[in-house]
Design a protein around this ligand. Structure first.
Ligand code: 5GP
Ligand code: ZN
Length: 114
């Protein structure tokens, strides 16, 4: 685990977070600066810098998506719609270097994003 990785520290429990799902490989918690009524981050527990670091055929994105869809259904936002986003690199707006899937819902999203 990279000592200086914020989300690895959330996984280890050294930084608190409001967890909404946890299993052996995946953790989901509320974003500290929510951009919508529902704003959850879904991450692999094992450190992965970004989607660019996933090997071909990796099941990680499928797992994160499955958890996000389950949370969307449980949070009653699946029917009205929601957004899944993976910011990657500087131009993509990634600010934390540990792969995370944003689940955003509870308001009408706009397109294109900023
Ligand atoms: P990114 O900008 O990399 O796509 O997303 C990083 C997200 O992590 C941001 O939405 C930001 O609000 C969130 N974040 C940053 N620091 C913390 C923290 O300490 N705890 C939680 N729960 N979220 C954080
Ligand atoms: Zn990490």
């Amino acid at each position: 685990m990279p000592e200086d990785c914020l989300f690895c520290r959330i996984v280890s429990g050294s930084i608190p977070a409001t967890k909404v799902h946890e299993d052996a490989e995946t953790l989901a918690f509320l974003d500290i600066h929510p951009q919508a009524r529902t704003h959850v981050l879904v991450i692999p527990k094992a450190h992965v810098g970004s989607v660019l670091d996933l090997p071909a055929g990796s099941p990680v994105m499928a797992r994160l998506t499955e958890v996000a869809c389950r949370l969307a259904r449980e949070g009653k936002i699946a029917e009205s719609g929601f957004r899944l986003a993976v910011n990657t690199g500087t131009d993509g707006g990634q600010t934390v270097g540990h792969l995370h899937l944003h689940l955003l819902g509870g308001r009408r999203m706009t397109w294109p994003p900023g």
